[in-house]
Design a protein around this ligand. Structure first.
Ligand code: FEO
Length: 394
């Protein structure tokens, strides 16, 4: 890929990676991806926005040098330190040790650990500006789109939002712009959000209004095609996809796994009791888990209950498969209650509670365990326990 002009004195200088099969270990990328970078020439200063993955450094430098020698660039703006964007930065510094690096304040330590050398680094606060001469960049801190360091910038004169991972797509083709793509780019745009951004929806919901004040005519992300038509559509999608799905639903989902039916009976008992207390209850057998549905249920529930038996000193595999889903959606602070039937020593419940705590859910400190088939006495205890759960969930 060569340097391509996208507006007056603004060039796309990134690279293509059509062979990428998996991104960040977890996301299949059947269309590969691109690592986008943008060069902006003002009348006084020149800025480069973002680098590319290390393996593509030579091609990247060559693209830049079609426009300007690397050692003539004044500023390098680092929107996000993940190595798919920062891998080539040491090579830029090698050629241009005097270049000034700009990033968010929280990115400074990351950046130092990536370049591992002395450099002129400035950490920006929200709304800081940088004047290039007829090109004015305003910086927007957008933490967790996709890392805590992430920022974007709005170029006032050209009305372009350089959005880094935000509004990106893992999609590599000959098309520079989304409106030229023949494939189902909307699906890929959602798939990217679902895989990369969904664990951070609370932050996205909080920060999207920061962009409302700008007249955004073009969105130039760090992966995939540029959006130059109907930019509001892409902004609105992020707003819609990051709403708080649990609001107003009073929903509790009770996930359980059960071999001999005892943990299932406990789940049903708790479900009935909590329904009487006014909650909307959904029971889901983790042994028949539909991943998409389970993720949706976690998001739409104000609290979850997880029932696991203990086999061989551990919780059972379907429950661990379920627990693995909590980090794929925003679940920090979600209230959780753990219970289960057991035969010998009942470690499963404690292990699940500890893991959920590690994932930053708010776990009810008192778990409930019943030995084998819950007795009449244990059922009475479960009634009392339900009252405590109601107090905890609120
Ligand atoms: Fe494209 Fe979070 O890196």
């Amino acid at each position: 890929m060569s340097a391509i002009k996208i507006a007056e004195n603004i060039y796309a200088v990134g690279v293509k990676d059509p062979g990428l099969a998996v991104f960040d270990i977890v996301m299949a990328t059947k269309y590969g991806t691109t690592y986008n970078s943008y060069l902006i020439k003002g009348t006084e200063k020149t800025a480069l926005i973002d680098g590319v993955k290390k393996e593509f450094t030579d091609e990247f430098l060559s693209n830049i040098e079609e426009i300007i020698p690397v050692d003539k660039i004044d500023y390098l703006i680092v929107n996000h330190d993940e190595p798919d964007h920062s891998g080539a930065i040491p090579a830029i510094l090698e050629k241009n040790p005097q270049i000034k690096l700009f990033c968010s304040a929280s990115a400074v330590p990351f950046l130092k650990n990536i370049i591992n050398r002395e450099a002129d680094i400035t950490g920006f606060k929200d709304k800081a500006t940088l004047e290039l001469g007829g090109k004015t960049l305003e910086f927007k801190l957008m933490p967790y789109m996709h890392w805590p360091d992430t920022m974007m910038e709005y170029l006032h004169e050209d009305k372009i939002l350089f959005s880094n991972d935000g509004f990106a797509t893992h999609f590599c083709s000959d098309c520079l712009y989304a409106d030229e793509v023949k494939e189902d780019i909307d699906h890929e745009f959602f798939y990217y959000f679902d895989s990369i951004m969904r664990p951070f929806t609370a932050y996205i919901r909080r920060d999207m209004p920061k962009l409302d004040e700008y007249d955004i005519r073009m969105i130039a992300p760090s992966h995939g095609p540029i959006h130059r038509q109907d930019t509001a559509k892409y902004l609105d999608r992020y707003k819609n996809w990051s709403v708080d799905k649990s609001e107003g639903k009073n929903q509790i989902t009770i996930f359980y796994a059960s071999n001999y039916g005892n943990t299932k009976k406990m789940a049903e008992f708790f479900g009935t009791q909590l329904e009487k207390a006014g909650y909307n209850i959904t029971l889901i057998d983790a042994g028949k888990l539909n991943i998409d549905n389970a993720r949706e249920q976690i998001e739409t529930s104000k609290a979850v209950m997880i029932g696991t038996p203990t086999f061989n000193g551990d919780a059972v595999a379907p429950i661990w498969n379920l627990v693995n889903l909590f980090s794929t959606v925003y679940s920090v602070g979600k209230k959780a209650v753990v219970f289960g039937s057991y035969g010998w020593s009942g470690e499963g419940v404690k292990l699940v509670a500890a893991r959920l705590t590690g994932l930053k859910l708010k776990v009810f400190e008192e778990n409930f365990r019943a030995r084998l088939i819950p007795s009449a006495e244990e059922i009475k205890e479960m009634e009392n326990y339900t009252k405590k759960v109601v107090d905890f969930i609120g």
